[in-house]
Ligand binder design. Structure first.
Ligand SMILES: O=C(O)CCC(=O)C(=O)O
Ligand SMILES: [Fe+2]
Length: 329
């Protein structure tokens, strides 16, 4: 065995041990979060407990095979995944494999008849983890959803302290989309979305106070677009989370970059017309300007952490205030 083989075996074994540990401590974690907080001291208690337990032999329960598989992948260097000159927008192509995607889609569609779905005009959705808001009470996630959250921590997308505890599933038929929005103040300013089943283009536009819209020099159109290939993960945080709006046009077909949406013109996701904004991850997504993308049934899973009730203030970026339009150039 070469030293490289040995290193990767060691990594896999460590990942497996973490998985077993995570599963055996999951109940404890949920109980701790139900205490007021999580304050920094409660989350450091949690990490300390994890560290203590890590030194013991753990795991009486078989870990989920999906989790073992996902967590066994190498951890990501998120800095290398940053796209364009953007503040904290990261794109990870092929975050999962096509086989993982199939497994996840089967699981999602196996539950399709359940009444947990909320149907909207432009998509349907399901959420796990509890009702975000002032009186948030975390609810346990289904094991396969929890497995995905764990894999995001193991692979370095979220820190242990910001482990996602809330997951949203959106399902879009071809021709459906999502209006320009921010994810709001109830979450920590970091969100990760896994795309399954179809490609789509996400547009980012400056968040403008309503009173300034329409004033000379105030730009509200999308300033950048990001191709979301199936299997990819997009992460945005901090200023990109709080000071930019994101949207997906409600179209059946779209042309990357210059041309904009080529089908169903006039049936946009709402709040913005994506076409024309420069694509900031064309190379990483293998989709140069002019690429035509046809939508299929798209399912996305969005992972976030609900903020502690005592810190439910508006999420703001750090550092000096910048015009949000400047964040993208
Ligand atoms: O489907 C997506 O990729 C985006 C979903 C989203 O922005 C949201 O649920 O807040
Ligand atoms: Fe969103």
């Amino acid at each position: 065995m070469t030293s490289l083989d040995f290193q990767s075996l060691l990594k896999q074994e460590k990942a497996l041990q973490r998985v077993q540990l995570a599963q055996s401590t999951r109940t404890t974690a949920v109980q701790q979060e139900e205490e007021p907080g999580p304050t920094s001291s409660s989350s450091s208690r949690l990490s300390a407990r994890r560290r203590d337990e890590e030194s013991k032999v753990v795991g009486t329960k078989e870990p989920s095979p999906l989790l073992v598989k996902l967590a066994g992948r190498p951890s990501l260097d998120m800095e290398k995944m940053r796209v364009g000159n953007t503040p904290s927008i990261f794109y990870v192509p092929d975050f999962i494999s096509g086989a993982d995607e199939q497994q996840l889609l089967e699981r999602i569609h196996a539950q399709a008849s359940s009444n947990e779905w909320v149907t909207l005009r432009s998509r349907r959705l399901k959420c796990w983890g509890g009702q975000p808001g002032e009186s948030f009470r975390p609810e346990p996630l289904p094991p396969w959803v929890d497995a995905l959250c764990e894999s995001l921590v193991v692979r370095g997308v979220f820190s242990e302290e910001t482990r996602p505890n809330h997951v949203l599933l959106n399902e879009y038929q071809p021709g459906q989309g999502i209006m320009a929005h921010t994810d709001g103040p109830f979450y920590e300013p970091r969100t990760a979305t896994l795309s399954l089943g179809s490609d789509a283009v996400m547009h980012f536009s400056p968040r403008i106070e309503t009173s300034r819209i329409g004033r000379p020099g105030v730009e509200t159109r999308p300033q950048a677009s990001l191709v979301l290939r199936a299997l990819s993960l997009v992460v945005f945080a901090d200023d990109a989370y709080s000071r930019l709006l994101h949207s997906i046009d409600a179209v059946r077909e779209e042309t990357v970059g210059c041309g904009g949406s080529s089908g169903d013109v006039g049936k946009r996701g709402g709040g913005g017309v994506g076409g024309g904004a420069p694509v900031i991850n064309g190379a990483a997504a293998g989709a140069p300007e002019g690429t035509i993308l046809r939508r299929k049934l798209r399912v996305s899973l969005t992972f976030r952490r609900v903020r502690a009730a005592d810190r439910g203030e508006e999420t703001g970026g750090s550092g000096p205030e910048k015009n949000p339009a400047e964040l993208l150039v």
